[in-house]
Design a protein around this ligand. Structure first.
Ligand code: COA
Length: 186
């Protein structure tokens, strides 16, 4: 009985994955067959050739939202995005290999322009520089990663941190705005 349940779980998981990938393909989503894509993931290239690429053995958990907004979101190998994370493509988002992204993290590669106080903000356009997250980064739950930053290799972003500037390799960042609280031991 246990073996049958295990087998059925495997089949359901496999069918879910294939169906989900096929459904999202229409919206510019390209994931390696070895990836695990939860049924409730929302992914959209956003027209104008926007694309989302997910490499081998990576995982998108329940409620993850990936909206490329006409640009590219790419996620490398063996990376995981935990429940209810939101990634907004804007100027493009590149995530490396072996990255761990805690639940409810928001990565948003865009800013509204608000220089002219006589006009509505939504009339003034946006700036979009792009965000890069290198290999072996761990982002704690509820972090925010803002546009134009490089989260360097091996960085740890603590829970709730707001990353407004690029980080140094193997640093540990905390707070709002995030500051380096230590380096990882090497
Ligand atoms: C970053 C983290 C790993 C550091 O853990 P640690 O090495 O045990 O460090 P400490 O708890 O000793 O904290 C070191 C200092 O940073 C501060 N700090 C730690 N986490 C912080 C946070 N999220 N925000 C602000 N300050 C923080 C501590 O208060 C402490 O300050 P002090 O030296 O003035 O007392 C941990 O605090 C964290 O945020 N983990 C994320 C958990 C998570 O999201 N898990 C999801 C799994 S995907």
């Amino acid at each position: 009985m246990k073996k049958l349940k295990k087998f059925l779980r495997f089949v359901v998981h496999h069918v879910n994955n294939r169906t989900k990938r096929a459904q999202l393909f229409l919206f510019g989503f390209r994931a390696h067959p070895s990836t695990a894509i939860a049924w409730s993931v929302s992914a959209d290239g956003g027209g104008d050739g926007g694309r989302i690429f997910i490499d081998k053995h990576s995982r998108l958990d329940i409620g993850v939202i990936l909206h490329a907004n006409g640009n590219v979101i790419s996620i490398g190998k063996n990376s995981s995005v935990n429940p209810y994370c939101m990634i907004h493509g804007g100027g493009g988002v590149t995530i490396g290999d072996g990255v761990r992204i805690g639940s409810h993290t928001v990565i948003i590669a865009a800013n509204h322009i608000f220089d002219d106080s006589t006009q509505f903000i939504y009339h003034q356009g946006e700036t979009m520089k792009g965000i890069s997250i290198d290999d072996d980064v761990w982002i704690g739950t509820g972090a925010k990663i803002l546009d134009g930053v490089l989260v360097a290799k091996g960085t740890v972003v603590s829970a709730g941190a707001v990353i407004t500037k690029s980080t140094e390799p193997y640093s540990v960042m905390a707070g709002n705005p995030a500051e380096r609280i230590m380096f990882r031991k090497r």
